[in-house]
Write a protein that binds this ligand. Structure first.
Ligand SMILES: Cc1ncc(COP(=O)(O)O)c(C=O)c1O
Length: 377
């Protein structure tokens, strides 16, 4: 049996008619760039995230970048985040002229380790971006407590955490702002690129609305220098349809994670993901940790089981950030995890049979790897 890493066609099949009707409405109205379809999605998404406001933008990267700009962060400022993330988190910091400063991750949740946070703060620090990696939120209480003590902004990177919770509070609703990506493969994905910022802060909301639309408050009246970062009308309409299926999709992901965990949880040669006591994990990615990850990935692919790696190189070791002068050994947990992470197939439509197949093949590869190792030793 072939098990894909992700199957978006299967995900969209039952929504075909609703999606086509929604797209047709946009075509008939002509509201393609921003407009009422985006505004309606913004209302629904703010409700979903338990925030007062949401602003639709072109991508998660723009959501992060515009939030930093709206907070006035730029040249000479430092922003703290983790090296264990997708490039965009750090790129957004650099793109507004600020300096990224890294803090290592917690070995159990793979999110910013609050115990290491305070020592990274300097007189130049302006903000902290905790990343809710793989669908599990960072430990927000101590992060917010430290941020408040130093007068720092907290911007949640919720790009992998649609519907995730921290002590019953939704991702994006705890910091000053939460940034979302609706890249197609996300738990809530558009049919193209899109993103959003959610916030309870009316002033921040107004600034991001202006920045995403060339600094315009009224047509051809530019109060500041902005950008074209509007969400497409079609994506707003599509996301509004798909938002209704998000909670159900997340429940399925959680059920799949339980099934994986029942078999893989007790093994000595593999570390399965854990859900922190404070968290509701939504398993955007189900990443286990194993030694010899690359060989295992290829062996599984040969047997029709397609896995992923999120992410093979932590950001401080990327060529683009060589200038920071942070070599191997700077963030040992993030580095170890990058060497060991293996993302198993995870999407709502996975069947119990497919999950059993992944488990069986994975277990059998681990057993052969062990006997090979023993015969060599
Ligand atoms: C943690 C994280 N931050 C930021 C982004 C950027 O989002 P986008 O691809 O929509 O620009 C992503 C998307 O993959 C992400 O996973």
């Amino acid at each position: 049996m072939r098990v894909p890493f992700l199957d978006l066609r299967l995900h969209h099949e039952p929504l075909q008619t609703e999606l086509q009707t929604a797209i047709q409405e946009v075509i008939e109205s002509g509201a393609f760039a921003g407009g009422p379809f985006v505004a309606r999605f913004e209302e629904d998404f703010a409700d979903f995230c338990q925030t007062r406001f949401a602003v639709g933008v072109g991508s998660g990267t723009e959501a992060l970048w515009l939030t930093l700009l709206a907070y006035g962060i730029g040249t000479g400022d430092e922003v703290i985040t983790v090296p264990s993330t997708f490039m965009a988190t750090v790129e957004a910091i650099s793109f507004c002229g600020a300096q990224p400063v890294f803090v290592d991750i917690d070995e159990r949740t793979y999110t910013l380790d609050p115990q290491l946070l305070e020592r990274a703060i300097t007189a130049r620090t302006k903000a902290i971006i905790p990343v809710h990696l793989f669908g599990q939120m960072a430990d927000m209480d101590p992060i917010v407590e430290i941020a408040d003590r130093y007068g720092l902004r907290v911007i949640e990177d919720a790009c992998q955490a649609h519907g995730a919770e921290y002590k019953g509070r939704k991702a994006g609703s705890i910091g000053g702002a939460g940034c979302y990506s609706f890249y197609p493969g996300k738990n809530l994905g558009a049919l193209g690129e899109a993103g959003a910022v959610v916030t309870n802060d009316q002033s921040l909301y107004g600034k991001i609305q202006t920045l995403r639309d060339h600094g315009q408050r009224a047509k051809y009246r530019h109060s500041c220098i902005g950008w074209n970062a509007r969400m497409d009308g079609i994506q707003g309409a599509v996301l509004r349809v798909k938002l209704r299926t998000l909670a159900r999709g997340n429940d399925s992901r959680r059920a799949h994670a339980r099934r994986y965990g029942q078999h893989l949880g007790g093994r000595e040669d593999l570390i399965a993901p854990t859900e922190a006591a404070y968290a509701r994990h939504v398993y955007h990615v189900y990443a286990v940790r194993v030694k010899g990850r690359d060989q295992l990935l290829s062996a599984l692919a040969e047997r029709g089981i397609f896995c992923g790696i999120h992410y093979p190189i932590p950001i401080h070791l990327q060529e683009a950030y060589r200038g920071l002068g942070l070599g191997r050994g700077s963030f040992p947990v993030a580095e170890r995890c990058a060497d060991e992470f293996l993302s198993l197939p995870m999407f709502p439509e996975l069947t119990p049979e497919q999950i059993e197949t992944v488990i069986r093949e994975l277990e059998s590869q681990l057993v052969s790897a062990k006997s090979l190792h023993e015969s060599v030793v």
